[in-house]
Design a protein around this ligand. Structure first.
Ligand code: OAD
Length: 236
C-alpha cells in the first residue's frame, strides 16, 4: 500500500513521438502530417470557416486511424510508474492512447480526437459515436459540431493547471515532442531548479535553461521502459 500524499510526484509531458511506434504519424518529422497538410488549411478556425469539409475530413482520417492502433511499450511503461509514484501526464496528443494503456491522470492540452463540441457553446462537449463527424451533425442547441481540438490561434484552456502541475513536479519527464508549439513548450520553464528532468526522444536536443537534465536519445518504445526501470529501482 502506498500513501498517495507521500509519493513523489512525476509529471510527464508527452507529444506525438510517444504515439509514433503505435503507427500515428508525428507532425514535424520527415513524412510528418504537416508535410502533407498545411496548418492554415486544416488546423485553424479560419480554415474551419473557409472549408468545413476539408477540416472535417482531416480529423475524420485522424480519428479513423486512432481506432486502428494500440498503445505501445512507451505508454504501458508510464502506467507501471504509478505503482511507486504519483504520476500526472500532460499530453499535447489528441489521441487517447495514454488512457487506453491505463494511465489514471491524463490532462489533454490540445483537445481530444474522440470528442466533438458545439460551435455556439464551448461547454457542450460530446464523445463522438464512431470515427466520422459529418456536416449536419448538430449540438443540442442546433449548431454544427466541430472537432474538440485546440486549433492554432486558439486559447489553450488547460495551460494554467498544467503550469501549476509542472511547478509541483519532483521529477519531470519529456517524451517525443519537438517543443515547437507554445504555450505547451513553455511548461519546462516552470519546473523547479532542483527537479531532475529526463528527455526521451531519438532526435533530442538539449533543453536550454533546464538544469539537472538527462537525455535518452531513444525511441519511446525502448527509452521509456528503460527510464521507468531506472526510476522503479532507484531509492527515490
Ligand atoms: P512534433 O511532430 O513537432 O514532434 C515530434 C517529436 O517526436 C520530435 O521531436 C521527434 O524527434 C520525436 N519522435 C519521433 N519518433 C519518436 C519515437 N519513436 N519516440 C519518441 N520520440 C519520437 O510533435 P509535437 O511536439 O507533439 O498540435 O507537436 C506539438 C503540437 O503541434 C501537436 O500537439 C499538434 C501539432 O501541431 C495541434 O494540432 C493543436
Amino acid at each position: 500500500m502506498h500513501n498517495q500524499s507521500k509519493m513523489k510526484k512525476i509529471v510527464v509531458l508527452t507529444g506525438a513521438g510517444i504515439s509514433a511506434e503505435s503507427g500515428l504519424r508525428t507532425f514535424r518529422d520527415s513524412n510528418g502530417l504537416w508535410e502533407e497538410h498545411r496548418v492554415e488549411d486544416v488546423a485553424t478556425f479560419e480554415a474551419w470557416q473557409r472549408n468545413q469539409a476539408l477540416v472535417l475530413e482531416f480529423y475524420n482520417q485522424r480519428r479513423k486511424q486512432l481506432y486502428e492502433v494500440k498503445p505501445n511499450a512507451g505508454h504501458m511503461a508510464l502506467v507501471e510508474l504509478e505503482k511507486k509514484f504519483d504520476v500526472q501526464i500532460i499530453t499535447q496528443n489528441v489521441d487517447d492512447l495514454h488512457e487506453q494503456a491505463g494511465s489514471a491522470k491524463v490532462m489533454h492540452l490540445h483537445g481530444e480526437l474522440k470528442k466533438v463540441r458545439s460551435t455556439v457553446d464551448e461547454n457542450l462537449v460530446y464523445t463522438l459515436d464512431g470515427w466520422e463527424l459529418k456536416k449536419g451533425d448538430l449540438c443540442e442547441k442546433g449548431s454544427q459540431l466541430r472537432p474538440h481540438i485546440v486549433w492554432f490561434g486558439e486559447a489553450v484552456p488547460m495551460i494554467e493547471p498544467a503550469m501549476e502541475l509542472s511547478a509541483e513536479a519532483d521529477i519531470f519527464i519529456v517524451i517525443g515532442t519537438s517543443l515547437n508549439v507554445y504555450p505547451a513548450a513553455s511548461l519546462v520553464y516552470y519546473i523547479k531548479k532542483s527537479t531532475p528532468v529526463y528527455l526521451i526522444d531519438p532526435h533530442a536536443e538539449m533543453l536550454s535553461g533546464v538544469k539537472n537534465l538527462t537525455v535518452f536519445r531513444e525511441p519511446a518504445g525502448t527509452g521509456v521502459p528503460m527510464l521507468v526501470k531506472q526510476l522503479m529501482d532507484s531509492g527515490l
